[in-house]
Design a protein. Structure first.
Length: 207
């Protein structure tokens, strides 16, 4: 469908992608559908929960990106999808899915979405949220301890073992694929207004 615009929002863990997304959702509400890469973690049903805990979830191979690509293509064609639901406490998917309907604006978000060339090719605008590493770590600790039931020690161990090296190997290099680099995410009001204006013009033109 020619009246759908796809906007990718990438950046390191804790960079402020969620804040930017929330601001856009609050502004456009029913005109936006969100597709999150985190929902497409592989279920690893063949592994025990102890084995799942040891998987490197910051590597591109941890995601079923092919499924996400297929779902994004369906949304762009005006078809609803059944998006998987991921459970961070079991390191696997639930049996439930979330039905997503296509909207005028599709926001695709995730730390590694610009790493995949095919996924990038389906996006009209690619935004990379760039934030200092110390700030990202603090935000990640707050999120994982409060919302995902993780211990401080486990969060720090994972950060040093996989998050930091995978960011340097995959996430940071993918910034070159962005059309726009936004410093400090949703707190960058100048960039936020520019993005809102671009989306509003697209919606107005399709009304």
């Amino acid at each position: 469908m020619s009246n759908i615009i796809v906007i990718g929002i990438a950046g390191g863990s804790g960079s402020g992608k969620t804040t930017l997304m929330k601001n856009l959702l609050a502004r456009f509400q029913d005109d936006v559908t969100v597709l999150s890469h985190d929902n497409y973690y592989r279920p690893y049903e063949e592994l025990t929960i102890e084995e799942r805990r040891k998987v490197n979830y910051d590597h591109p191979d941890a995601f079923d990106t092919d499924m996400m690509i297929e779902h994004l293509r369906c949304l762009k064609d005006g078809q609803a999808i059944e998006c998987p639901v991921y459970d961070y406490t079991t390191y696997s998917r639930t049996k439930e899915t979330t039905r997503l309907e296509p909207s005028k604006v599709i926001l695709v978000e995730g730390i590694l979405i610009f790493e995949n060339k095919t996924l990038c090719s389906l996006m009209d605008i690619k935004i990379f949220v760039d934030t200092d590493a110390d700030v990202r770590l603090i935000r990640r600790i707050r999120r994982d301890v409060a919302k995902r039931g993780r211990s401080l020690e486990s969060v720090l161990s994972q950060y040093l073992a996989t998050v930091k090296p995978m960011h340097e190997q995959f996430v940071e290099p993918s910034k070159k694929n962005a059309d726009l680099v936004v410093l400090e995410g949703g707190k960058n009001l100048v960039a936020l207004e520019m993005i809102i204006d671009r989306i509003q013009r697209h919606i107005d033109n399709e009304s």
